[in-house]
Design a protein around this ligand. Structure first.
Ligand SMILES: Nc1nc2c(ncn2[C@@H]2O[C@H](COP(=O)(O)OP(=O)(O)O)[C@@H](O)[C@H]2O)c(=O)[nH]1
Ligand SMILES: [Mg+2]
Length: 289
């Protein structure tokens, strides 16, 4: 059995219209892996309103596999789904990964030895290898990294966007409560949105909170998606990076998080509906860059 003495891990998988991957058995594979791994406490699949058969398929699998749980959430996009998973996680660490298993769950084995070494955040990294990805996607990814570096300092992390990260759960919840652009509970989205700036804000805030962060090279293979438009997502991602930088310059991260009652406007960071100037909870107005 794997992970007999290690800290427990809750695996979180955001899901939006993943019928094809579900039918191909990606989640079954994770569920079987989880059953065999003593340290995996649970697999939380956060579905935020899929319009296909995803929810039904997940529920059917959850009935068969004890560690698998479906969290049904209102639609907020990937960031909101991951946040819901972090809030619900019961184990000491929370690992989030994608339904297409572009990084196979077995790669947890590369993180496992580090979980006992005092790290708070382990960041799966493709280390420049994007096996099977079309050239244009590789170029876009390189461009995103270069621009991201200019906008936001996240320390030594080179690949902020790989969907495979483990965080100490209590730290993850503190981080989530300090997010400004991807504030929990208020994200509204229509259609699939991977909210590309989320991981960067997460790492940015974790670092400010003094987290020990380490990047770990993991295997990753390209899995095409037609649900998410890469160009649109990269653009949205860059816009939200600028929002994080602005929030930082305004000192927002030094202040306690606004209470939920103040959060009745959509976050300024991730414009999912148009790019008109929006009101912020602090009364100032920002235009999307
Ligand atoms: N809950 C939720 N998950 C999403 C949404 N959009 C994407 N995802 C999930 O995020 C993960 C990554 O999506 P994917 O299409 O593989 O994006 P890519 O790898 O960045 O091209 C998958 O597990 C998706 O189901 C969304 O709007 N809501
Ligand atoms: Mg993918």
């Amino acid at each position: 059995m794997s992970g007999e003495r290690g800290p427990g891990v809750s695996i979180v998988i955001p899901c939006y219209n993943e019928e094809a991957n579900l039918r191909a058995g990606t989640l079954t594979h994770v569920a079987i892996y989880a059953e065999r791994a003593d340290d995996v406490a649970e697999v939380l699949v956060v579905d935020d309103g899929s319009s296909d058969a995803s929810r039904r398929l997940i529920a059917a699998l959850a009935a068969k596999h004890g560690k698998l749980r479906l969290l049904a959430e209102p639609h907020r996009g990937k960031a909101g789904a991951v946040v819901a998973g972090i809030m619900a996680a019961r184990a000491e660490f929370v690992l989030f990964t994608d339904m297409d298993q572009a990084t196979p769950i077995e790669e947890i084995e590369k993180l496992r030895p580090l979980l006992t070494e005092g790290y708070d955040v382990l960041v799966g990294s493709r280390a420049g290898h994007r096996q099977g990805a079309p050239l244009v996607r590789k170029l876009m990814a390189t461009g995103f990294v270069l621009v991201r570096r200019l906008i936001l300092d996240v320390g030594d992390v080179s690949d902020t966007q790989c969907g495979f990260k483990a965080l100490r759960s209590d730290l993850a919840r503190r981080v989530v409560n300090q997010l400004r652009v991807f504030r929990p509970g208020v994200q509204q989205a229509s259609g699939a949105t991977v909210t590309a700036g989320f991981d960067a804000e997460l790492l940015f805030v974790a670092r400010r909170l003094g987290a020990r962060i380490r990047e770990v090279p993991v295997n990753w293979h390209y899995v095409g998606t037609r649900r998410v438009h890469p160009l649109k997502e990269s653009w949205r991602g860059l816009k939200s990076l600028v929002m994080v930088r602005r929030s930082d310059m305004r000192g927002d991260y030094d202040r306690p998080a606004p209470t939920t009652s103040e959060s009745d406007t959509p976050p300024s960071g991730e414009p999912t509906t148009g790019s008109a100037p929006r009101s912020r909870s602090d009364g100032s107005r920002v235009a999307a860059p």
